[in-house]
Ligand binder design. Structure first.
Ligand code: B12
Length: 261
């Protein structure tokens, strides 16, 4: 029998949503994420306030002074950080997030176009969002950054079956394959991809990212290399281009992040 006498009942009737809302105003929470620079702020606010009709105009204006990478990293992404924070606190709801994600997508497409793709490709990377997972914003940003660093990207999209990833990697022999999982229900696709690849003798570095996974999880299966941010992609793939195998990239992960490797 549980001993309820020793349990504090103070928290039983506490409405955590109300507590969370009353502590800080939504504007204060959003402000923490928004950049100071006026052009980048406008872009971030378009994502935050779901202004999908004018975001392209604002990204085009920002492109006159900023690089596409800057606009993505310090503008669009900051807006989505604010959305994620407000959603996590129950202030934004799913429809807000959907429209913000649409605005973000339009902004990324325009920034990507500005990068041009006439560059000679250094090597190929196959990218996907895990089977069952519709979250592809982070993958799309990582794809833009890899392309802008001269890599050819084969983007398989979102909700990609494990078999499709394995078959494509075996057929195309890329420098690296990447996976993004934001849901705890989809991250188990990664070890299955790892086994599928090893069974076919494809020892390719498998860069795994997304809020559902962490370094410990990703390093619990062969081939797995953790990436926290989209900006880490080019550095990790660069090591594969230098001929490092997945074990060496994993061993030297800290040095790669700190720039000393
Ligand atoms: C936007 C969003 C959506 C959008 C997705 C739109 C899209 N096209 O992606 C929509 C509205 C569709 C959506 C739907 C759902 N969502 Co949602 N969503 C989010 C939200 C708010 C933000 C995610 C996001 O885009 N973040 C910004 C990007 C940039 O981050 P990121 O992908 O992690 O990428 C970063 C890194 O991981 C890394 N990275 C990512 N990929 C790669 C690749 C490489 C190579 C590299 C190097 C790096 C890298 O770089 C990026 C940063 O630099 C999160 C909340 C949160 N806190 O994350 C919930 C969240 C992910 N969603 C969640 C859920 C539950 C759902 C739904 C099931 C809700 C529902 N009840 O229906 C549905 C999915 C239904 C389905 N199965 O189809 C949960 C997942 C919980 C869990 N742990 O499983 C979250 C965490 C919200 C929550 N707290 O509950 N969602």
């Amino acid at each position: 029998m549980l001993d309820f006498d020793s349990v504090s009942s103070d928290a039983l009737l506490t409405r955590y949503d109300i507590v969370a809302e009353s502590k800080e105003k939504p504007e204060t929470i959003a402000e923490r994420h928004l950049p100071k620079d006026a052009l980048l702020r406008k872009v971030a606010e378009d994502v935050l306030y779901m202004k999908y009709k004018i975001i392209e105009e604002d990204v085009a204006a920002a492109l006159k002074e900023k690089t596409p990478e800057e606009i993505i990293e310090n503008g669009l992404l900051k807006g989505m950080d604010a959305v994620s924070d407000l959603y996590g606190r129950g202030i934004y709801y799913l429809p807000h997030v959907m429209v913000s994600a649409d605005a973000m997508d339009r902004g990324i497409k325009l920034a990507e176009k500005a990068l041009g793709n006439e560059r000679k490709v250094k090597g190929e990377v196959i990218m996907h969002a895990a089977e069952g997972d519709p979250h592809d914003i982070g993958k799309n940003i990582a794809a833009v950054l890899l392309k802008s660093n001269g890599y050819g990207v084969v983007d398989l999209g979102k909700d990609v079956p494990v078999e499709t990833v394995v078959e494509t990697v075996v057929a195309r022999k890329p420098l690296a394959v990447t996976g993004t999982a934001l849901m705890t229900t989809t991250m188990s696709a990664f070890p299955r991809i790892s086994s599928g690849l090893q069974e076919k003798g494809a020892d390719v570095p498998f860069i795994c990212a997304g809020g559902a996974v962490n370094r410990e999880y990703v390093e619990s299966f062969p081939l797995g290399i953790y990436a926290e941010k989209a900006a880490n992609g080019p550095g990790l793939v660069g090591k594969a281009l230098d001929g490092w195998d997945w074990k060496k990239i994993r061993d030297k992960w800290d040095d790669i992040q700190s720039g000393s490797a």
